[in-house]
Design a protein. Structure first.
Ligand SMILES: [Zn+2]
Ligand SMILES: [Zn+2]
Length: 177
């Protein structure tokens, strides 16, 4: 990942949210928040009530809908649906040593911090770099989404794991011929 080009990795929070398995485990949302606690103000309670977890899942679905959209009109409509959930109150911080922006009110509840950061991070990258930077993994049996932050927009896989798995599969397929 070349974060320097993008100035913010809030979009990664959006992508991770969209790619989180939300069916297997009803506590997925709390686990997700704990795994990404650097995006939440210290002392924010990172537990979501069931209704809040459903709203977090709806946000995740919207991020995915933006990433898989194939026309700019669709992208705009879905981004605006996502942005309608956001309550931006940006501020600058260097809590991790690097100056960067946070998008939600620092004392907002966890769900509001999550939806706001995700909506702002995703829409900023789309507005600055184009919605074609978002895509779905080309690996077999994987439909995770990604944001392409490579300089020449050459990304096709969600992860290095999927990229190398696909390279090996293609090599084996060639050898069989
Ligand atoms: Zn931060
Ligand atoms: Zn993948």
């Amino acid at each position: 990942m070349d974060y320097d080009t993008y100035g913010s990795n809030a979009v990664e929070l959006a992508i991770d949210l969209a790619n989180t398995d939300r069916d297997a485990d009803p506590t997925w949302a709390d686990a997700f928040l704990r795994a990404h606690d650097e995006w939440f103000t210290v002392d924010t309670p990172l537990e979501l009530a069931p209704a809040e977890a459903r709203r977090a899942a709806a946000t995740a679905d919207l991020v995915r809908a933006v990433a898989v959209a194939t026309t700019q009109d669709d992208v705009i409509a879905r981004l605006n649906e996502l942005l309608a959930l956001a309550r931006p109150h940006p501020y600058a911080t260097d809590h991790d040593g690097e100056l960067h922006l946070h998008y939600a009110r620092p004392d907002a509840p966890a769900l509001e911090q999550l939806t706001t950061t995700v909506a702002m991070g995703l829409s900023q990258v789309v507005a600055q770099h184009g919605w074609q930077r978002l895509g779905v993994c080309s690996a077999e049996n994987c439909d995770d989404v990604y944001v392409d932050t490579s300089r020449n927009a050459s990304r096709r896989y969600c992860s290095n794991t999927c990229a190398s798995r696909s390279t090996v599969a293609a090599y084996r397929a060639r050898r069989k011929v």
